[in-house]
Structures are given as C-alpha cells and as structure tokens.
Design a protein around this ligand. Structure first.
Ligand code: GLA
Length: 388
C-alpha cells in the first residue's frame, strides 16, 4: 500500500522525497446505538480498513489536498491562514474542519503541505468514513506541527469539527473508537465520563460479519440531527419537571416508566424508551460476554435492532430486510443495524463454518426483496489511528 500511495502522490503533486504515511480505521459498533449523545454506554471497535494519508510539508502556506476516492474533484487548494467551509470543496471540508478547530484552540499551524488521501471504507455506509478522515487529519497535523495533543484531545477536536464545521451533531463514539481502537478488542465507552475499558472479543468460533445495504446515506441529509434534538427536548421536559439529570441515560427503565408522562411529545417518549432500554442492554450484553455467553450477547443485539426499528425508527426497509434475512440463517448468533441507520450497514455474529452460506443466502433474499445488492465483509478488529 505504501509504495502504491507514494507513486500516486508523485504523479499528482509532482513532488518527491520526505513523504510520510498515516492511517485511521473505520469502526463498527456492536451494541449501544444512538446513545452516545445521551451520555450512554457504547461498544464499538476499530476495523482493519480505513483511510490512508500521505503528506509532504511545503515551505509556503498553501495546502493542496487530493483524494483518490473523489478524483473528479481534482486538487483542492486552500491556505492555512484562511480556512473556511466551502460546499464545493466537498470531502476536503473534513480535514479543513479539524485544522480550523485546532487553530481556534490556539495550536500553531504555520505552513502548508501537500496531502493525498485514500480510503477503503465504503462511503456513506455507516462505518464512519468521515470520522476516519477527521481523526487521520488530527494525528497528521499533530505529528508534523509537533502539537502538544494526546489521542483523546484529537478525538474531541474531530468531533467538534464534525459538529461545528460540518454541522452534524454527532456524539463521540466514532471518533473515539477510531482514535483509541485496539486489535481484537471492543471498547466499552461511557460517553458521559469518557471512562473506557477494552474487552477482548472472544467469539468462540464465530466472526463479525458486516453487510452493506448499499443504500447510501449522508448524516447531514438524514434525520440524525432531528433525533438528537428530540432527545434534548425530552431531557428538558424531565428537568423542567424537577428531575435532577444531565443525560437521558441516567434514567433506568423503572425511573423512565414512572416519569415518562412528563415528556411532552409522544415522539419524545418512544425515543427516550429506546435510549434508556438500549443503555441497559449494553450493560447486560457486556456481562454476558464476560461470562462467555455469546448467545446471550447475540439476543441482545437482536433486541437492539427491534428497538431501533420500532422506537427510534431509524432502520428502514433495507436494513430491516438484511437483518431479518440474517436472523433466519443457521449459525447466526445475533444481527442488527449499526451506526446512524437510515441505510448503511448491519453487523452480525456468525459461526465461522456458516459464513459462506450466510453471505449467499442473505445476499439472495435481500436482492429479491429490495432489488439492491449487498456487500459483505468479514471484519477484523484492529488498532486505532497511527503513523505507518
Ligand atoms: C453516528 C454518529 C455517532 C452515533 C451513531 C449512532 O455514527 O456519528 O456519534 O450517534 O451514529 O449510534
């Protein structure tokens, strides 16, 4: 990969020597969906595919950026002293956003560079291609400008770039798992305190299989922000009625049931029901995993999907068809949508000897039902963002 990307770099920028290569993975979340921004627990892991960046410093203040994934956009140029959002710059707004937030925080970025990106995460598939390029930019800028930042700082800066520069009000799960991922481990992250624990994924003769609906989705044009707003309104109703909570995930199913009549909208009530039940499911799921009860873990994944379908309403025909076809297969321990929803991917735990059959049967059923072709990846869990 290194050689191939260095050759491309030379072709595009006509520059050579002093090149450096960095990588940030994509992520998949096993359970704990749409609760990171409600102060809940999530359980994601970093993947072995992601985004690569090759960089060479320049002596002036110009940045020239090129993505092999969006070649039609050509080389995008801007200056380190004037970083503004520009619709036409498309994908390049992600690296720009990270640089802008860093500069706003007082970090010194005083010369330009040429940078080539290449990603092998399917775009818009819910495996966090955008958080991947953000965290990648973060570690590159830290390295070449020698900034005093640790990985958690970079994670927070990347989330801020997505919230403030791109305008998607995402939580911290994606950037965190991409920055802090660990080979063969998932991360149990408390999104309220950012306390985290690695959990070795011992799946006992089974693997994680990701299936892409190939229904494209951009977070910006999805209903993501409106779901988040609905949760904020529900929280406000509860606080206004005298409850002393800062996040919806501080509720238990018991306190939710006792107080749900204080949430003013019907929608707020069912969204909160998902949030609270999902948070409880994550904790029970981890207990099951710790006891080696993979089947129990899988059942909770299935329940998570039902809650995202019926209460949070972020699935849709494509995700539901894939998951339902997966549930019918022999050797499937659990299956659910992963990420923001509204298209994107599902995650399943499948017994190793059944994977080929799973891919064949689920692919056929899905195609028959939706007319779309799904892609399947047997996921390898790898380390977080790093210099190669
Ligand atoms: C997207 C967001 C995350 C999280 C998930 C849903 O991936 O970027 O912060 O909210 O959706 O769990």
């Amino acid at each position: 990969m290194k050689e191939k990307l260095f050759i491309e770099f030379k072709k595009i920028f006509m520059e050579d020597g002093g090149l450096e290569l960095f990588f940030a993975p994509g992520r998949v979340n096993l359970i704990g969906e749409h609760i990171d921004y409600n102060g809940g627990y999530v359980f994601p892991c970093a993947l072995d595919f992601g985004t690569y960046g090759v960089i060479k410093k320049r002596n002036d203040k110009k940045v020239r950026a090129y993505s092999l994934n969006f070649q039609e956009k050509g080389i995008i140029e801007f200056f380190v002293d004037n970083i503004i959002f520009n619709e036409d710059d498309d994908w390049a707004n992600y690296p720009k956003g990270v640089m802008k937030i860093m500069k706003d925080l007082g970090h010194i970025i005083n010369h330009g560079f040429d940078i080539l990106f290449y990603g092998n995460i399917p775009n818009g598939a819910g495996l966090s291609s955008s958080a991947s390029i953000e965290v990648l930019t973060g570690i590159i800028i830290k390295d070449i400008f020698n900034l005093n930042l640790d990985m958690i700082d970079i994670v927070k800066i990347s989330q801020k770039a997505e919230n403030q520069f791109i305008g998607v009000n995402c939580g911290i799960m994606d950037q965190f798992s991409i920055g802090m991922g660990k080979k063969d481990n998932a991360i149990l992250l408390d999104c309220n305190t950012l306390a985290y624990k690695y959990a070795p994924l011992k799946l006992d003769g089974a693997s994680i299989v990701i299936a892409n609906t190939n229904k494209r989705r951009g977070l910006g044009d999805s209903k993501y922000n409106s779901r988040r707003k609905c949760c904020e309104d529900a929280l406000k109703d509860l606080k206004d009625s005298g409850m002393k909570i800062d996040y919806l995930c501080e509720l238990t199913m018991e306190t939710f049931n006792k107080n749900k009549n204080k949430i003013k909208s019907e929608e707020g009530i069912i969204r909160t029901k998902h949030v609270v039940s999902e948070n409880e499911r994550v904790l029970v799921a981890i207990e099951k995993l710790n006891k080696g009860d993979i089947e129990g873990f899988g059942k909770l994944m299935n329940e998570s999907h039902m809650s995202l379908k019926n209460d949070y309403e972020v699935t849709g025909i494509e995700l539901d068809s894939l998951v339902e076809a997966s549930w019918e297969e022999d050797g499937v321990i659990g299956s659910r949508m992963t990420g923001a929803g509204f298209g994107g991917c599902t995650v399943s735990i499948v017994k190793d000897e059944k994977i080929d059959m799973f891919i064949k049967n689920v692919g056929e059923k899905y195609n028959k039902k939706t007319g779309l072709r799904a892609d399947f990846y047997v996921a390898k869990i790898d380390d977080g963002a790093r210099k190669l």
